[in-house]
Design a protein around this ligand. Structure first.
Ligand SMILES: [Zn+2]
Length: 714
């Protein structure tokens, strides 16, 4: 999961506009009192004052930030001199700095330290932010200036980075309705406002169902569960006022291990049904009507721009370019994935029969019997692996990889000069290993806590740009590991270690950026997961295994035989993993290609799965009524396929390393990787960048091999 700060997820397209000059500070009073509005001071080119952050300041700060940015935008739009790259595009790139700073705090308060108090402010601000965005994207005078610069650049191209920022800016405005007439623009903005409210309702409904369907177990219902899981379930129950009981909450992190290990089949079914019914319970928190309305509004909105459907509009500036290319990839992999499910189900049924369990595999049995097959076939005990995966050592391992591939050195900042938003957050300075040149700061917020969103993500507080002089990078990684007792090691699963590397890949992508303008920092949705997915591959390289995967008590390196088992098991359960993912990705696309006029979401989902030949033994990874990627905003709408799109690149690029003389530590391939695939971010067309790295386009074969699927013949 990536969350490039708050902007990308919540504000969607606004990322282009947020960056601002500090000229018109009209209300000096509030500027000096509200800490969120202040310039960042202190070492390292100034750092966020997380120690002074206050929820009570948020509303005023966001409103002030919007006001300042609108003044700057107006100044650009009303400039009497003829539009030029400098006075229009560069001026826009420079605008919005105050609001940018406020959003850094906003992101922390929303993701790392959320409270009901903050969520109330957030709900109040959502429609205002949408209006703010419309005021910029629909500013007629501003757009005419951009258009003039754009048209001139089509005849007399600028330098490559200048040209690209002009084209991306123009495209962004055009895609957001700037070419529409006044009446259509009005409707366009109305639709966006309605959508922003629906997105909030959608998320709140899912949240409601996650919080209100808890399964409580008694002591005799704990069969199969690990001590650690039982302890945490007891604690959650006790926190909820049910002392002596054990709580299975309605979230993935609770559901997944319960379904994998619990011997109580009826309870597995109940937990499964709670989880996969989120947003679909036919009550006031049901999302089906909201989704239908979202789809209708999206279709109407892109219709104003002359597009047939949302997918067509959305994918034009993605690497896939159009829905056909995305569907084509998914449908190439789908038959192999579902065929593998059949084999997995047969293996599981055989195990169930051997055990004398008189059952037919149902969706709530999949994880449970898959784990039994894993043990039998691969003899791999996840708990044994954990003993060699310590958070501190994994962190060192990532620094080692960053040193080998990017030539970075990480040094802890322990003198208190950099404020943090929680005592658990640690900070490192990143420098070049040889020259000692300062690159930035890396913040790590490792542990789960109340008010922190689940999962793992990466974000930036400041990105690297050079157009106003070089800036350093302030990047962060955020996880939800369970905080250990003092002096004890944090032991993590192989999957969590992989995710830890993944998020670090996003951070390295931020640090390695060599771009001139903020707009060129922007992620291309089906491309930005590639760099992070690729970084995962270094976890299982020999150098990392031998140096950093050591037993937390004995310090012994992980046994070669255990590593062998991990590698053998890498393609295990790929039928399940690929099919549950693809079912969601295909649904996302098909929902947006369909006519939403009288759409019945439940029925559409059922019929689409039937047509696709979805195996009955497993559900979609995200069923439509709680598919937050797609309906709690627009970040991943018709973009969920992007994970697989990026994975095609990941597999293909990792083969470039495998083929090289020094494998994953080959200096030549590493240099090309950094130069073409990390440093340019969006300063270069991703397809072109990839060709420069690989000498050709990515092929699907490597992905099929990685997943253990038969490679299609041409
Ligand atoms: Zn990611």
């Amino acid at each position: 999961m990536i969350s490039k700060a708050f902007k990308a997820t919540v504000l969607g397209s606004i990322i282009l506009f947020s960056s601002c000059k500090e000229e018109q500070k009209t209300d000096q009073q509030s500027m000096t009192e509200n800490s969120l509005l202040q310039e960042w001071t202190g070492p390292y080119q100034g750092v966020p004052a997380f120690d002074k952050m206050n929820v009570a300041d948020v509303k005023e700060a966001v409103e002030k930030g919007m006001e300042l940015q609108l003044q700057e935008i107006d100044a650009i739009a009303n400039n009497m001199t003829a539009p030029t790259f400098e006075n229009t595009i560069v001026a826009m790139e420079s605008a919005g700095k105050t609001l940018d700073r406020v959003f850094t705090y906003y992101g922390i308060l929303s993701s790392n330290r959320s409270t009901p108090e903050f969520r109330a402010v957030q709900a109040e601000l959502a429609p205002k932010l949408s209006e703010f965005q419309s005021k910029i994207s629909q500013n007629e005078k501003l757009f005419q200036r951009i258009k003039t610069v754009y048209e001139a650049s089509q005849n007399n191209p600028l330098e490559p980075q200048e040209q690209r920022v002009v084209e991306l800016t123009y495209k962004q405005f055009e895609m957001n309705g700037a070419n529409l007439d006044a009446e259509k623009k009005k409707r366009y903005a109305e639709i966006n406002k309605e959508l922003s409210t629906l997105y909030t309702q959608f998320s709140n409904n899912v949240l409601h169902d996650e919080e209100n369907y808890v399964t409580y177990l008694t002591k005799d219902q704990l069969g199969g569960l690990s001590d650690g899981f039982i302890k945490s379930a007891a604690k959650i129950a006790s926190d909820k006022g049910k002392d002596g009981m054990y709580a299975i909450t309605n979230t993935r992190s609770s559901m997944d291990p319960f379904l994998t290990y619990s011997t109580e089949r009826e309870l597995r079914k109940q937990v499964w049904e709670n989880y996969y019914s989120r947003g679909d319970n036919g009550d006031e928190y049901d999302n089906n009507q909201i989704i239908a309305e979202i789809l209708r509004l999206r279709k109407e909105r892109v219709g104003l721009l002359g597009y047939d459907n949302y997918a067509q509009w959305r994918l034009q500036d993605r690497m896939a370019k159009n829905p056909e290319n995305a569907m084509d990839l998914m449908l190439k992999v789908w038959p192999a994935a579902t065929a593998r499910v059949k084999e997995e189900v047969a293996d599981m049924q055989a195990v169930a029969n051997e055990l004398g369990d008189d059952i037919t595999i149902e969706p709530w049995d999949y994880r449970y019997y898959a784990e039994k097959v894993r043990k039998k076939k691969y003899d791999l005990d996840s708990d044994e692996v954990k003993q060699y995966l310590q958070l501190d050592k994994l962190t060192e391992a990532m620094f080692f990889v960053a040193g080998e591939i990017f030539n970075y050195k990480f040094t802890p900042v322990t003198d208190g000069s950099v404020p943090v938003f929680h005592e658990d957050v640690k900070v490192w300075e990143v420098t070049d290993k040889d020259s000692g040149k300062h690159i930035g700061l890396w913040y790590l917020d490792p542990y789960a806590r109340e008010g922190k969103r689940s999962g793992a993500w990466a974000t930036t507080y400041r990105s690297s740009t050079t157009f106003e002089g070089p800036t350093n990078v302030l990047a962060s990684n955020n996880s939800n590991f369970v905080k250990p007792a003092p002096g004890e090691a944090v032991l993590v699963s192989w999957d969590d270690a992989t995710t830890f590397f993944h998020e670090f890949g996003h951070a390295l992508h931020f640090f390695a950026a060599d771009v001139k303008y903020p707009t060129l920092q922007g992620g291309v949705r089906d491309y930005t997961e590639f760099q992070s997915q690729l970084l995962e591959r270094w976890l299982s390289t020999d150098k990392v295994i031998n140096q950093f995967l050591v037993h937390h008590e004995t310090g012994e390196p992980i046994p070669a035989a255990l590593v062998e088992k991990i590698k053998n098991a890498a393609t295990f359960n790929q039928g399940f993993g690929t099919t549950e993912y693809l079912a969601s990705a295909l649904m996302d696309m098909k929902l947006h290609l369909a006519d939403p006029t009288n759409i019945d979401i439940d029925k559409f989902e059922r019929e689409t799965l039937n047509e696709l030949g979805m195996p009955k033994e497993l559900p979609m990874r995200h069923r439509t009524p709680h598919f937050g990627h797609v309906f709690s905003g627009e970040g991943y709408a018709t973009a969920y396929y992007g994970y697989m799109w990026a994975d095609v690149l990941t597999s293909d690029a990792s083969e470039a390393f495998k083929e090289a003389p020094d494998g994953f530590y080959d200096k030549d391939v590493a240099e090309k990787l950094v130069t073409y695939l990390f440093a340019p971010r969006n300063a270069m067309d991703p397809a072109e960048a990839y060709r420069l790295f690989r000498g050709r386009d990515a092929k699907i074969e490597a992905l099929m091999r990685d997943r253990g699927f038969p490679v299609p013949k041409n």
